[in-house]
Design a protein around this ligand. Sequence first.
Ligand SMILES: C=C(O[C@@H]1C=C(C(=O)O)C=C[C@H]1O)C(=O)O
Length: 255
Amino acid sequence: MAEGSSGSEFTLDSIRKSLIRQEDTIVFCLMERARFPINSALYNQSLDLVPGFSGPLVDFIVQETEAVQAKAGRYVNPEENPFFPDNLPPSLVPNYNYSQVLHPGGASININKAIWDMYLNQLLPLFVVAGDDGNYASTAASDLSCLQALSRRIHYGKFVAEIKFRDAPHDYEPLIRAKDADELMKLLTDKRVEEMVKKRVEKKAIVFGQDVSGSNNADSKHYKVGPSVVARLYDEWVIPLTKRVEVEYLIRRLN
Ligand SMILES: C=C(O[C@@H]1C=C(C(=O)O)C=C[C@H]1O)C(=O)O
């Protein structure tokens, strides 16, 4: 089921390994987006750059791309969640038999609206330079890669929550029956792991993002995406949103 783990292995350890692997994807996606300036025309609500489509160009590109990917079966995979779920075409390809480890209620959880708002309004301005180079289609493709990588990581909270529930049903059940979101949040939180995650992603931004030259002296002062931005992304948004998915999943777990 999971990126980097076999279908038969479903443990907190294997899920965490997948989250670690997904950090690489996220850091590389951000580095790719940082090749382009902000290109704010792409996000302008009122420019109407595409005849017959009302809304920002980025919405047009993401909606059209998601429609193609939906036809090719992307959203049949329980790890994938669309940003524009309304009016998506059905899959046209034979269904792959994904292992069904999640409770059926998990399918209705999609917090991509919050991820989209965070990415465009808060994160982007922190790591791209000002300016407009006209490369709107490439920039939007890069945005979508970032958004999909972040969305996959954050919605992975469903798998994390399922395994935590299976490992300690007697601890979780009373809180789920009481719909006690605050206590569920406390129970699923592991501060030690969170600190390790934040340190590791900062290090990845340093290692992956330095300019490598032919000589032995790597330029350690110039990074493609600031390591502190990546640490902040995880601290302020990725980890809290993953935990929000975990709580939302657990609340539905006994329905
Ligand atoms: C994802 C987990 O659950 C919580 C969220 C974490 C995260 O988003 O990185 C880390 C630790 C936990 O507080 C986990 O335990 O691995």
